[in-house]
Design a protein around this ligand. Sequence first.
Ligand code: PLP
Length: 403
Amino acid sequence: MTPDPSEWRKPPFRPLPEWVEGPTTRLVHGARRPDRNAGSVIYPIYQSSTFRFPAAHSEAEGGPYHYSRNSNPTVEGPAEVVRQLEGGEASRLFASGMGAISATVLSLLRTGDEVVALQDLYGGTGGLLADLLPRYGVRVRTLTDSEARSPEAQLRPGTRLALLETPTNPTLRVHDIARWAAASDAVGAHLIVDNTFATALNQRPLALGADLVVQSATKYLGGHSDLTGGVVVGPAKLLARIDPFDRFGATLDPFAAFLLQRSLGTLALRVERQNENGRRIVAALQRHPAVAHVHYPGRGSPDEEAIAARQMRGRGGMLALSLAGGAGAVDPFLHGLRLVQVAASLGGVESLASVPRLTSHRLLSDDARHARGIDDGMVRISLGIEDPEDLVRDLTEALDRIR
Ligand SMILES: Cc1ncc(COP(=O)(O)O)c(C=O)c1O
């Protein structure tokens, strides 16, 4: 086939007017590319595993795309939007949040290094640290909530990575990103923040001094419970070290990338409503007699309220209820729900409830779970974008049933 060199030009992103400041416009227009073939407003899905080289030329002399494990035009769009939103130099998308976290951690560590992390991490990340890294000679130290309040005392020369998740899952505790960043800097460690619960709309870890942001795009970024994805954002120099040539193979598929870009356009509106639903539901449920405690960012302690007020724009749509009746109250409550569905995961337009004891933290012993503040009557709730009055009614009626 006769090569036409114009075929292989990388389509540029249309520049935004320099006066655009708000994140919502950026989410809609941040990575628009002109479609030169049909003029479609929505950029097409390049569902192709491979791309043609000009005649018999080598890959180095070929066009901008070669093989979809390494690069694909559809996948570049949402990666660029998230990069802009988080305020980093470079970004990379993965097939899941765990794909992003594993590739990041494994790429930046070597034998003899130390990782310091919160005990209170998503179970998959906790498993990676506890089970896999020690096999490669990496030391892992996990911190209790009170130890994590003074990172200066915990990070030391030889600590290569510090790993923080805030707000935490499922206890919604808030940690001071700027303080962790300063403590990491002082010992030459890189700070990685998992921003899955907050998203850049509620919290910007890079602006607070973190080196890298990782996120499960399966949750708020995807927002419709119909894709799995992950992302890492940070300085180009660090990104170049993270999984070069995608050798771990956890690349985002073009179709999932298309869905992700579609979803990012409404992220700001969804998060705004989820923030509002969080505020309304906490106010409505905190005095319900069937509820012993509502876990929500800033409610952990006065210190945490101050940190949350400083570093979060909104508190998000995640909360957890500790039911006064303990484990025995959980089933009656869940059976009473008519809108909120019982399922793992979070961040979608529909509200979901899950029981950490039976899902995300089922592999921990009772003692280890209790030490993390996860009691047997805890139900985690991911609020969707439904009308707040309907959610208040559904949750209140289900709580009334267990009294
Ligand atoms: C905070 C957090 N980080 C990372 C992950 C992993 O993401 P994924 O399920 O997309 O692999 C999850 C999943 O629940 C999570 O809650």
